[in-house]
Design a protein around this ligand. Structure first.
Ligand code: ADP
Ligand code: MG
Length: 282
């Protein structure tokens, strides 16, 4: 009996305790524009959890709600709660959340253009108090995950490629020694081969450093190959969630998110009303 339990496959998505929990949140911009309509998700410790969906689905808004970056956009969480390690962090400011170990890598990879790659990485260590030697060690750790950054360390970030800037933004986040990284659209604007490289690094960091990832991606195909678990957002609602392997095999996901549709991309909602119509006609 015990043997059977021990032998059962346990994915990190199931094994870990929930580190981050988003409970039924609603987000409104400018007091009137309702964008998230009751989003719930759970990110287990040690997992790579993917937040999927097309452009405008609400992925960035969800990440910003977690990291408390909505205020600067005139956005507000008007319902629900966000907890981290069981503690309500809904109204915490971004710096306080970084101290708790949660850091966001923004969409569009923001590096300081006039600083070198290495200077950019070092700015990521600003909240740390464990001394220069530890920071140096972590710089070497970042260079091990991103050998390309080591080659480019003296280059001004503004003159590096899109892929290098994405690596630089991720490396800088790692320099704060985070427990959780909120990673927004790392694939955006990058060639397929580079996207693959970036995701391989995410996986290595997840396995090597135990960093938990909540990863927003439009590129469902690549995200579901590296994530343990996925949530699919449409128009501010979670329409489906499941183990990544199960989502990859799901016919609707295949059809509408993995580019296997015949006539362009539809949404789950279209599928449902289509099926309803079909039932009516039958
Ligand atoms: N600052 C803002 N003010 C008003 N509406 C916004 C703002 N930011 C995003 N939105 C709207 O919220 C919806 C979700 O956007 P976003 O979270 O960026 O989606 P995604 O990251 O999935 O592409 C979109 O309809 C977008 O136009
Ligand atoms: Mg976005």
């Amino acid at each position: 009996m015990l043997d059977a339990v021990a032998a059962a496959p346990v994915t990190p998505a199931r094994a870990g305790e929930a580190l981050l929990e988003v409970n039924n949140i609603e987000v409104i911009y400018n007091h009137v524009i309702l964008v998230l309509k009751g989003v719930s998700l759970s990110v287990p410790k040690g997992s790579i959890t993917a937040l999927l969906g097309g452009n405008g689905a609400g992925k960035t808004t969800t990440l910003k709600a977690v990291s408390n970056l909505l205020k600067s956009e005139r956005g507000e969480v008007t319902k629900g709660a966000i907890t981290y390690r069981g503690e309500n962090v809904t109204d915490l400011d971004p710096a306080a959340l970084v101290k708790k170990g949660v850091i966001q890598v923004m969409e569009g990879r923001h590096c300081f253009e006039h600083l070198t790659v290495e200077e950019n990485l070092l700015t990521g260590a600003y909240t740390r108090t464990d001394g220069a030697a530890a920071v140096r060690r972590d710089l070497e750790m970042v260079y091990e995950y991103f050998p390309r950054l080591k080659e480019r360390r003296k280059s001004q970030a503004g003159y590096t490629s899109g892929g290098e800037q994405q690596m630089c933004a991720m490396g800088r986040a790692l320099m704060s020694r985070p427990e959780t990284i909120l990673l927004d659209e790392p694939s955006m604007g990058l060639a397929p081969q580079l996207v693959e490289q970036i995701f391989q690094i995410v996986k290595k960091v997840n396995e090597g450093e135990g960093v938990t990832f909540l990863l927003a991606e439009q590129n469902t195909n690549v995200a579901l190959r590296y994530a343990h678990y996925g949530y699919i957002l449409e128009s501010g609602r979670v329409v489906m969630d499941g183990e990544a392997a199960a989502l990859r095999e799901n016919p609707d996901v295949k059809e509408f998110y993995l580019g296997m549709a015949e006539e362009g991309r539809k949404s789950f909602r279209d599928v449902r009303s289509y099926r309803r119509r079909k039932r009516w006609l039958a």
